[in-house]
Design a protein around this ligand. Structure first.
Ligand SMILES: *[C@@H]1O[C@H](CO)[C@@H](O)[C@H](O)[C@H]1NC(C)=O
Length: 292
């Protein structure tokens, strides 16, 4: 290996460090080191030990938090417990986005939890945006009540697919067509966000069910954040190499394994309530990724 190549390799390694911010068992995770609060600071609270984070929504405002770092590819995971009781109109979101504002060219990977009237089931909506264009919604029912306990919601993102997981069960696989006109966000690094907001103009039964403010504040809870991804560092084009030893970039992470495939098809048979790839009214010609 020439000295130049060695230098290049070292640089690549230095700027494409696989950073891991994990809430470890030792409870030493610092919220402040990893996140910034978005919006009303007084609508954010943490447990005394700092390991559980609460977002409050009331008639005045909601709130959220975002990672300080951006990542390109990786495994991103968090435990959430959603607003219980009458949560109609309330949306809890957990997503990745390339932009801090809702920029017109943003890439985005969304989990959105749509609240409901007491006793009626939550719906989980996922979506993918590329350069400001979305319209890739899917909706699922869950196999448990997400307001009773913490459950794990994760995103695996590499250049082959994006997989949305609930408690390690893959509920959605979004593939890269690998064609020049693909609709696959893979260029821009993304932050991770969590937020709670009022969306009673569309969220519950298409906007028919309004938020009942007598129940405010609405509170969603978060813990155990994990970002196992390539941390982006400007101005160097980091995280471009797929030859690293990052597990999320390797063959094992390009496809589902047998167990995951089985779970995934069970979800597909039983829990899908909306799939844009089957919405011919909306898409007389289906987007190309639907044929994968
Ligand atoms: C809320 O409950 C109703 C009635 O069970 C159901 O039709 C709907 O899909 C549920 N979720 C949302 C987000 O509207």
């Amino acid at each position: 290996m020439s000295p130049w190549m060695l230098l290049l390799l070292l640089l690549t390694m230095a700027f494409c460090t696989s950073a891991s911010a994990a809430a470890s068992a030792s409870n030493s995770f610092s919220f402040k080191d990893s996140f910034d609060i978005m919006g009303a600071e007084d609508h954010f609270k943490a447990s005394p030990d700092g390991q559980v984070w609460y977002l409050y929504l009331d008639q005045k405002t909601g709130c959220g938090f975002q990672t300080k770092q951006r990542y390109r590819f990786g495994w991103f995971s968090m435990k959430l417990k959603l607003v219980g009781g009458d949560s109609a109109g309330v949306v809890t979101a957990y997503y990745m986005c390339s932009d801090l504002g809702a920029g017109p060219e943003r890439d985005e990977l969304d989990f959105e939890f749509l609240g409901n009237r007491t006793g009626e089931p939550y719906t989980i909506q996922t979506n993918v945006y590329k350069s400001g264009v979305g319209g890739r919604e899917m909706r699922h029912m869950l196999w448990f009540d997400p307001t009773l306990d913490f459950h794990t919601y994760s995103i695996l993102w590499n250049n082959h697919h994006i997989v949305f997981f609930v408690d390690r069960v893959p509920i959605r696989v979004y593939k890269n067509t690998d064609k020049p006109n693909n609709f696959f966000p893979n260029q821009k690094p993304m932050y991770m966000f969590s937020s709670i907001w009022n969306a009673d103009d569309w969220a519950t039964r298409g906007g028919l069910e309004k938020t009942d403010w007598r129940n405010e504040p609405f509170v969603s809870s978060y813990k155990d954040f994990q970002a196992n991804g390539c941390q982006w560092k400007d101005p160097f084009p980091a995280c471009v190499s797929t030859t690293t030893d990052n597990w999320w970039d390797q063959y094992g992470a390009w496809v589902l394994d047998d167990n995951q495939r089985e779970d995934f098809s069970w979800v597909g048979r039983n829990l899908v309530i909306y799939d844009y790839c089957k919405d011919y009214k909306r898409y007389p010609t289906l987007p190309p990724e639907c044929s994968l």
